[in-house]
Design a protein around this ligand. Structure first.
Ligand code: ACO
Length: 209
């Protein structure tokens, strides 16, 4: 067992509904594939360049190998791969990856949310829940999020959740078929005070249930 894994986070009431975050499951295959095949236009331009066509990479049968890989990394303490649910239904993923321990104790965070429930505070709530969790129980000190400058919704999510912009990484990630610049956002444990969720609650953006 590694610190902070496995874990169930929430529930939190956000405008879209009741938000929960829990480990990815093999039986997420059906909903994961259905949503991602439908949401290609919403997702593809923000995601790492993949090998092979979108319909193949996101087919029902491609989930088990992704799930196994994520589970393996999680068991080695290198990743915390979560599914986001809203009102009990699959609503996206949020992942803490490339966990480095020792004197760095840092990782990246990344997320996507189903197009039918965007603009309902889901990603912001999930980022706050996961950030508080890895600082309180995962033994981490810093989380980093890299976002394309064009990704207005994601930049908004990080600002609302309490991340700071640190700089611009040029030609940083192979996303949607090219080397894309990314803003680097980050937060360290001592900046979070009573926690990012408490701050969202105080601002009226979420409610503990
Ligand atoms: N222009 C301006 N603002 C916008 C737009 C737009 N076109 N679309 C949404 N927004 C704003 C919303 O109004 C909201 O801000 P507000 O509360 O101030 O009004 C904010 O963006 C979105 O906040 P949430 O509702 O918490 O986020 P949501 O659950 O909608 O998820 C996300 C946002 C994850 C970026 C979603 O749109 C998505 O999955 N996009 C595709 C994949 C993606 O880009 N993932 C992030 C990659 S970067 C990374 O992982 C670090």
């Amino acid at each position: 067992r590694h610190p902070g894994w496995p874990a169930k986070l929430g529930p939190l009431r956000v405008p879209a509904g009741i938000l929960d975050v829990r480990p990815v499951r093999l039986r997420d295959a059906g909903e994961w594939s259905r949503v991602r095949l439908r949401d290609r236009e919403h997702l593809e331009m923000w995601e790492p360049t993949g090998v092979g066509p979108w319909p193949d990479r996101n087919a029902f049968w491609s989930w088990p190998s992704q799930w196994l890989a994520l589970r393996g990394l999680a068991r080695r303490g290198q990743c915390l791969p979560f599914t986001i649910t809203v009102d009990g239904h699959f609503a996206g993923q949020i992942t803490v990856g490339n966990v480095i321990r020792a004197s760095l104790r840092s990782a990246w965070i990344g997320y996507w949310v189903s197009s039918d429930i965007v603009r309902g505070g889901v990603a912001t709530g999930a980022v706050a829940l996961v950030t508080d969790h890895v600082f309180n129980f995962g033994g981490l000190h810093r989380l980093e999020a890299t976002v394309r400058p064009e990704n207005t919704p994601s930049l908004r999510v990080l600002a609302k959740a309490g991340y700071r912009q640190e700089g611009l990484f040029e030609r940083y990630l192979d996303v949607a078929g090219g080397w894309r610049d990314h803003f680097c956002y980050a937060v360290t444990k001592e900046e979070t005070g009573d926690g990012l969720v408490s701050r969202l609650v105080a601002k009226g953006l979420a409610e503990r249930v």
